[in-house]
Design a protein around this ligand. Structure first.
Ligand SMILES: NC(=O)c1ccc[n+]([C@@H]2O[C@H](COP(=O)([O-])OP(=O)(O)OC[C@H]3O[C@@H](n4cnc5c(N)ncnc54)[C@H](OP(=O)(O)O)[C@@H]3O)[C@@H](O)[C@H]2O)c1
Length: 336
């Protein structure tokens, strides 16, 4: 097999609950400054258009990506004339207008705490703000970004169900939840997709996957390239790059992790594909209802990544990767 940087025809599609999307989506977080280093809007627009041109139909954003709605605004502006080609997924709870009380919760990286507010009384306001920024009349898939520790998730979900009833939102998603939370929310309103971190260096929560499969809920895998690590191209991470707060990217941990993943990169080389393509093809092979959402600012990377939707993993490659991962302790903590 030769390395492919151009998709080989239309992307296959997958089903997330009641939604059909391309088997690989596009994670737009990278398009706002201060996440993976610098980026200007012209580059961000080119990257987003490259993803849609190459067949990605699921675009993932959040009201919390970029300062003051930057990411949603960029998507709205760039896809103004292509709205019907994409499923827009966004999340709420991180962009708190003045007067909305921040509810803190701890995360496992150096800047310590994040704050959300997913009180049902604010949810319609969040959705109206996102609709304005996105320049659209409906959000296709709407997630509370994180469960709010001070608000029962069922109450938050009930507010989203009201937005679906009102026609502002088409489908309910959940992000960063447990299996028990998924079950409780699904009893209030059917959930189309659950978003969770899942990649070769971050095993998925088995109970969550089992619950999603049982309930017919699709799985959206975030950071499917291990925030870039699994591409084998990340060197030292510097200022303006949030990975400097992730222990897995400390110089010593990063070196150790690179050594540990060398056999995976070796398998990719043997197959004539890139490590990024193997990471994505491996995820697609794990479950017929998983849709990874890799992010990138670089059209060549985006085309390379989307081409992975056409790569089939053989049983022997699956087994060899499972053996490598079983013996691979990742150095450094995880975000959540
Ligand atoms: N629900 C949540 O809490 C949550 C949390 C985190 C992320 N997410 C979602 O998941 C999406 C993806 O996650 P992510 O952006 O954190 O991580 P990711 O997709 O695993 O990795 C992104 C990084 O990989 C690099 N990259 C991508 N393709 C590459 C290739 N073929 N070769 C070399 N480098 C490549 C990008 O750099 P270049 O720009 O240089 O290509 C970027 O630095 C986000 O955009 C967001 O939508 C959700």
């Amino acid at each position: 097999m030769t390395i492919t940087h151009k998709p080989l025809g239309p992307l296959p599609s997958r089903r997330l609950g009641g939604l059909d999307v391309s088997a690989l989506g596009f994670g737009a977080m990278v398009l706002s400054p201060g996440v993976y280093g610098e980026i200007d809007d012209a580059r961000a627009e080119r990257a987003l258009l490259a993803a849609v041109d190459a067949g990605a139909t699921l675009v993932d954003t959040s009201d919390g990506y970029g300062a003051d709605g930057h990411n949603e605004r960029l998507i709205g502006r760039t896809l103004r004339n292509r709205r019907d080609e994409v499923v827009i997924a966004t999340k709420f709870g991180f962009r708190l207008p003045e007067g909305v009380e921040p509810h803190p919760f701890p995360v496992g990286y150096a800047f310590g705490e994040l704050a959300v507010n997913a009180d049902p009384k604010h949810v319609r306001g969040y959705a109206e703000a996102s609709l304005r920024e996105l320049g659209t009349d409906r959000i296709d898939l709407y997630y509370p970004h994180f469960p709010d520790p001070q608000v029962p998730l069922e109450d938050t979900v009930g507010a989203v169900a009201g937005l679906i009833e009102a026609g502002l939102v088409r489908h309910l998603g959940l992000s960063n939840v447990t299996a028990a939370q998924l079950r409780a929310a699904h009893a209030v309103h059917p959930v189309s997709a659950v978003q969770t971190e899942w990649s070769m260096w971050r095993p998925a929560d088995g109970e969550l996957l089992a619950a999603a499969r049982e309930l017919g809920v699709g799985i959206v895998a975030w950071s499917p390239l291990g925030a870039g690590f699994l591409t084998g191209t990340v060197g030292e991470v510097g200022e303006g790059d949030f990975r400097q707060h992730m222990p897995r990217f400390d110089a010593a941990n990063h070196r150790a992790n690179s050594d540990r993943f060398a056999p995976v990169r070796g398998i990719a080389a043997e197959l004539g594909i890139t490590p990024a393509q193997l990471a994505l093809a491996w995820l697609l092979d794990q479950d017929p209802h998983v849709v990874p959402i890799p992010g990138s600012r670089t059209p060549a990377h985006i085309e390379e990544n989307l081409a992975a939707a056409h790569i089939r993993i053989s049983a022997s490659v699956r087994d060899r990767i499972a053996d490598v991962l079983a013996g691979t302790d990742v150095a450094g903590g995880t975000l959540l």
